[in-house]
Ligand binder design. Structure first.
Ligand code: G1P
Length: 295
């Protein structure tokens, strides 16, 4: 059995990007000209996903509008014979079949995933958190799906997390099977660095067997009185083996201010129309900084 459905939770409030996110979903923050969520949707499609459920909340209408047709804009571009932009705009709305479910109030990531239970049914599915962009020839989600197809078990993507950031992640305890795969022994949501069972954190890409839904429900509210996906994973691990995969690829944590700026710089350097100018500009800044340091 393979994985054809994916959930993209996008109901979070985005407090780290206030005031911008007061009236704009954080998932719509652009990396130059493309909103973060488009990269996430593209990763899902490139991994073989055919059916995407985005969990939205209040103030997230811009996401639905973004992936919808925009007749006025298309008419305007057609009139101006701007075929290149017209294609760009049309391509976005024809990417894939997307369904939207609203989470009435922010009640945790586990609760957001539970909202899609009826739509998923009794099938394995992927979860892609809207904050991360992961760049690799074989997408991160495809790597997890490959592991699922091999073992038939839930699989989460993990990577090494710096000590001071351990308390921002679900941190795993795992038994290494080889260079890139662990059997999950435990996972703790946002531990203090001293209490963390390792330095390997879950980074927001998962493939689950459908039994996870009952486990999330049974686990109930966890830290912050919210329904945590991590607690559901813990509960699932009591009855099913779970794998943690050290994925291949470069991850940009766009949900973090520094990570967001870094991702813009990286994407600009990869863009052949911007690269030279950006390098020149960075050179100028460094020269000024060096001068200042001398004084
Ligand atoms: C969530 C999860 C956490 C995971 C993280 C990855 O936390 O609860 O286990 O490690 O995503 O980004 P959040 O970032 O929503 O606080």
């Amino acid at each position: 059995m393979t994985v054809k459905k994916a959930i993209i939770p996008a109901a979070g409030l985005g407090t780290r990007f206030l005031p911008a996110t007061k009236s704009m979903p954080k998932e719509m923050l652009p990396i130059i000209d493309t909103p973060v969520i488009q990269y996430v949707v593209e990763e899902a499609i490139a991994s073989g996903i055919e059916d995407i459920i985005i969990i939205t909340g209040r103030g997230k209408r811009a996401i639905e509008d973004y992936f919808d047709d925009s007749p006025e804009l298309e008419m305007h571009l057609a009139k101006k014979h701007n075929t290149e932009l017209l294609k760009l705009v049309r391509d976005v709305s024809s990417l894939v079949d997307i369904h939207y479910i609203r989470q009435k109030e922010p009640n945790g990531l586990g609760d957001a995933v539970l909202r899609a239970e009826k739509h998923i049914g009794n099938e394995p599915f992927a979860v892609l958190l809207g904050d991360d962009i992961i760049v690799n020839d074989k997408p991160c989600t495809a790597q997890l799906i490959e592991n699922f197809e091999k073992y038939g078990r839930s699989t989460l993507a993990v990577e090494e997390v710096p000590y001071e950031k351990l308390s921002s992640y679900g941190i795993i305890k795992g038994k290494p099977l080889n260079d890139s795969l662990y059997v999950l022994e435990d996972i703790v949501e946002k531990p203090s660095p001293e209490a963390a069972p390792s330095n390997m954190g879950a980074i927001g890409r998962y493939v689950f067997t459908p039994e996870i839904f009952d486990c999330i429900r049974d686990a109930g509210a966890g830290i912050g009185s919210e329904i945590q996906l991590t607690d559901g994973i813990r509960a699932l691990n009591r009855t099913q083996m779970i794998y943690a995969c050290r994925f291949k690829g470069k991850r940009f944590d766009t949900g973090d201010r520094l990570g967001y700026v870094k991702s813009i710089v990286d994407f600009a350097l990869k863009n052949e129309n911007l690269r030279e100018d950006i390098l020149e500009y960075i050179g100028e800044i460094l020269a000024v900084e060096k001068d200042l340091a001398k004084k």
